[in-house]
Design a protein around this ligand. Structure first.
Ligand code: PMV
Length: 350
């Protein structure tokens, strides 16, 4: 019998290179198509979570997220506007762990969780992915979970399963909860010359959540069905090969294409979903103009379910790009924040 167990974990957000959009199973968060992502540098952007299990007489769950605390009872699934966590998803994760762990008395503990991000939570970066991945790691360690940690994270938020690992990560669709898992394709030092620049154009909460948007797309978009086929038949394998070969030209083309197909699906959804804004489109134009100066591609962009942009660039073009962004391009932009990520030594401020 253990009276107190304390664990701490840190995970970073990930950016999908081949995106996940649409669920095969809503409850279990099994995706219609596989996806590939790159996890950002934990030293630059991360969610740090601590979990304490205490042998006391109460069975409360206390969660603190960025200094905001909420306490609720075991099994309380009520929804409130001030909830700091989706309780249903939290209990799905917790029960999964408690049913398959090495602790002999897993239901006998009071749970205290404290999590904070070293970047603004509502700044348009995927804090739910890093947050749920860190929570999954904490639960797994504290209880001695015998299953796969990426399955746990996925039950919290789909794309969180990819944040369980660093480097390039693939999430395979699967048919059941236990085989829809993420795994590392290549470690983060595989392509050290790669830089990711996050351009934060808007830092508010997105107007349509990805959960809701996906549901609408699955119900109304024919293009979504075609995208799923292309991704499963070609794109996942191609992306894996381009990253393996460090073929930036092909990598960049595919990242851009997949981001554009995803946003085309959003437009094909009825009523249409607009995640990119006018500034996002300006950046798209800029990237294509910049790439047109040369015979091979130097820069790629990707947009998730929001207006913010992720740029991919190799070391050899980083300074030129930063110069252009800083001195010419962003004079006209009101950027909330700009983060260069993936390698702390390359962290830059505009
Ligand atoms: O895991 P969610 O529900 O936050 O959905 C993520 C969806 C995208 O960011 C648009 C794509 C992806 O694969 O991360």
């Amino acid at each position: 019998m253990t009276d107190k167990i304390l664990v701490t974990c840190e995970c970073a957000p990930n950016i999908a290179l081949i995106k996940y959009w649409g669920k095969l199973n809503e409850e279990l968060i099994i995706p219609l198509n596989g996806s590939i992502s790159i996890t950002l540098d934990r030293d630059v952007l991360s969610s740090k979570t601590s979990l304490i299990l205490l042998k006391t007489n109460n069975r409360n769950i206390q969660i603190t997220l960025n200094n905001k605390t909420q306490v609720f009872n075991e099994g309380d699934l009520s929804k409130n506007s001030n909830d700091i966590i989706n309780k249903k998803r939290f209990f799905t994760m917790l029960n999964k762990v408690r049913q398959n762990c090495i602790l002999s008395d897993p239901f006998e503990y009071e749970i205290k969780i404290k999590s904070s991000n070293n970047f603004p939570t509502a700044c348009g970066l995927a804090s739910s992915a890093s947050g749920f991945a860190a929570l999954a790691h904490c639960l797994s360690k504290a209880y001695g979970y015998k299953g796969d940690v990426s399955e746990l994270a996925r039950l919290g938020s789909g794309s969180a399963c990819r944040s369980c690992f660093g480097g390039f990560v693939k999430w395979t669709t699967g048919e059941n909860s236990f085989d829809s898992l993420a795994s590392r394709l290549f470690p983060s030092n595989h392509w050290e010359e790669m830089n990711i620049i996050a351009l934060i154009l808007e830092d508010g909460k997105k107007s349509v959540s990805s959960t809701h948007g996906m549901k609408e797309s699955v119900q109304t978009s024919d293009l979504l069905k075609e995208r799923v086929k292309i991704v499963e038949n070609e794109r996942l394998l191609n992306m894996e090969n381009f990253v393996r070969e460090k073929n930036f030209d092909e990598f960049a083309r595919l990242v851009v294409q997949d981001s554009n197909t995803f946003h085309a699906v959003c437009l094909d959804t009825y009523p249409p979903l607009f995640y990119m804004n006018d500034k996002s489109k300006e950046i798209v134009k800029f990237v294509h103009e910049y790439n047109n100066l040369d015979s091979s591609l130097k820069l790629a962009y990707s947009f998730d379910a929001g207006p913010n942009c992720f740029l991919f660039v190799l070391d050899q073009h980083l300074n030129e790009l930063l110069f252009l962004l800083r001195n010419i391009y962003f004079r006209n932009f009101d950027l909330k924040d700009k983060v260069v990520s993936n390698n702390l030594s390359k962290k830059e401020n505009f």
